[in-house]
Design a binder for this molecule. Structure first.
Ligand code: BG6
Length: 514
């Protein structure tokens, strides 16, 4: 098959012919991945590249370069990508798509401080420009621990890779964590900005690549019926939950000392909060979104009494389904005295006209009851009820729940009369499910984000100002925790430590059990 017959969307049999929107297809380009042997690369990045190619969204000459400390040839790397794609890609395997992609795969063995390896990388990039028509356009994806960021970007600069030939683009893609506190984030940003201009840097927060997260903006700003009640006059509080049933798996090296709050509250949950709380942006472009998200993050107020309004926990071992599940301190590679949080709950206020007095409760944890991420906007009770109190005994508060994952969709909870001769009102739900309303399937977050990088579309990437503001919110909480004892224990499979329930009970509220 000739190269021009692949990659073009209008020829792609997978494309839905009813979709009349112009496809966003990347122009001539390539992707270099550092840390290509890691889990993220195998499970997410390589499959996402294949899925994009399979959907006809990559140019025919698209090229993929792996860089790692392995004694591999190009074909060994291609085999690794092949296995990752067969195991993890979302779309069906098609030999002709694979062949086309595999022809553009190169591998560069070496350490990050190895000048020879970076010279080889430069040669590989130039060779691909000549043989595959990548046009000098390359994105460098740093899927490596943050301690290596400075070295890698410095090497890219030193070897003339951060800047391509006239008319071409070079972009740096950085995976979180963006530092471990405000100071380290600032240092990191300084190092990155020494090499790349701000608009060349793409920070990945993969939650922003999720369809349901982008839908927060559609729900709020493409409709008329939600926005009038989306404020302190109607909303009682907001609960943002990201619960996982898995433990830390083989990630002890990354996770210990970092913990749940730094791992996901600083980024994913504060981004969800910003999108939920922000004002309507002037447009859907990166600067307008940044302006509004930043206003929310700057208005966030951390409560004074952190002992009462935050909780951190650590999972203890438990028997689940006849099997003993290890506690955090028993996991491989974890120091038996570790005080790392695997659960974190915080109450935040947004001090502005729209949200004054409305608490935002954020919680996350590993080894909880089930995997679920949701944003619940919980409304105030009716100011007056014409029904006698027995009629509404079982009535909860109205809520709009954005189900980020799984069972992607939106639930509206409200009271309804129970059929029968007496007046009794109980909660019912009205559900929108992506799976039922749309025939199109949702791309993986990484497909969307990699495509956006190649297109230079920065809307869904946090800027350094947001990263720094988010650390300003978390730093005092982490400092408080560091000075105050150990995390509370909770059983694996539960909904977190009792202290978290007590934290909400003190405010006269309770956590949802999604
Ligand atoms: C990552 C965290 O950012 O998100 C992990 O580092 C977490 O600890 C993961 O497991 C969850 O992502 P998702 O998309 O499965 O909710």
């Amino acid at each position: 098959m000739s190269s021009s017959s692949l990659g073009a969307a209008w020829e792609n049999p997978l494309r839905d012919p009813r979709d009349r929107r112009l496809p966003r297809i990347a122009g001539p380009s390539g992707l270099v991945i550092f840390g290509v042997t890691g889990d993220l690369s195998r499970k997410k990045l390589m499959p996402a590249v294949y899925d994009l190619a399979n959907r006809g969204l990559l140019p025919p000459g698209f090229s993929l370069v792996g860089f790692a400390r392995r004694d591999w040839e190009d074909q060994d790397f291609a085999q690794v990508v092949h296995d990752a794609v067969r195991e993890h890609s979302r779309t069906p395997f098609r030999e002709e798509v694979w062949q086309q992609l595999a022809e553009g795969m190169r591998f560069v063995p070496g350490d990050f401080d190895d000048d020879t390896a970076f010279k080889q990388l430069k040669n590989a990039v130039e060779e691909l420009d000549a043989s595959r028509g990548t046009g000098g356009n390359f994105a460098f994806y740093l899927s490596v621990p943050p301690k290596f960021f400075p070295k890698v970007v410095e090497q890219l600069k030193k070897h003339g890779l951060a800047k391509g030939p006239e008319g071409s683009w070079r972009r740096g893609v950085i995976e979180k964590p963006f530092g471990h506190d405000l100071d380290s984030a600032r240092e990191l940003n300084a190092v990155v900005h020494d090499v790349f201009e701000p608009d060349q840097v793409f920070r990945i927060d993969h939650y922003l690549g999720k369809e349901t997260v982008q839908n927060i903006l559609a729900l709020r700003f493409a409709n008329t019926m939600f926005e009038p009640i989306w404020n302190r006059s109607f909303v009682d509080h907001v609960q943002i939950t990201m619960a996982e049933d898995i433990g830390i798996g083989g990630r002890a090296g990354y996770y210990d000392g970092i913990g749940a709050a730094r791992d996901v509250i600083q980024n994913h949950l504060l981004q969800l909060m910003a999108l939920t709380a922000m004002e309507e942006p002037a447009s859907f472009d990166a600067d307008a979104l940044l302006t509004e998200k930043l206003k929310v993050l700057k208005a966030v107020k951390v409560p004074d009494d952190l002992g009462r309004h935050t909780v951190r926990g650590q999972y203890a071992g438990a028997w689940q389904g006849g099997e003993r599940v290890r506690g955090y301190l028993e996991e491989d590679g974890i120091d038996a005295a570790s005080t790392t949080d695997t659960y974190a709950a915080v109450k935040l206020n947004v001090d502005n006209r729209r949200w004054a007095g409305v608490p935002f409760y954020l919680r996350t944890g590993k080894r909880l009851g089930r995997r679920v991420t949701e944003i619940a906007v919980v409304f105030q009770r009716a100011p007056h009820s014409p029904f006698d109190s027995t009629a509404t005994e079982e009535l909860g508060q109205n809520a709009i729940v954005i189900r980020v994952q799984p069972d992607e969709g939106i639930t509206v909870r409200f009271g309804s009369k129970v059929p029968g001769t007496s007046m009794e009102i109980r909660d019912v739900t009205m559900d929108f499910a992506y799976g039922e309303s749309f025939t199109e399937s949702s791309p993986e977050a990484y497909e969307r984000l990699i495509l956006d990088v190649l297109l230079g579309d920065a809307n869904l990437f946090p800027r350094h100002q947001e990263v720094e503001e988010s650390w300003k919110i978390l730093d005092p909480i982490e400092e408080y925790w560091a000075r105050h004892g150990r995390p509370a224990q909770y059983s694996s499979g539960s909904w977190g430590p009792e202290e978290a329930d007590e934290m909400l009970a003190r405010d006269g509220r309770s956590w949802r059990r999604p």
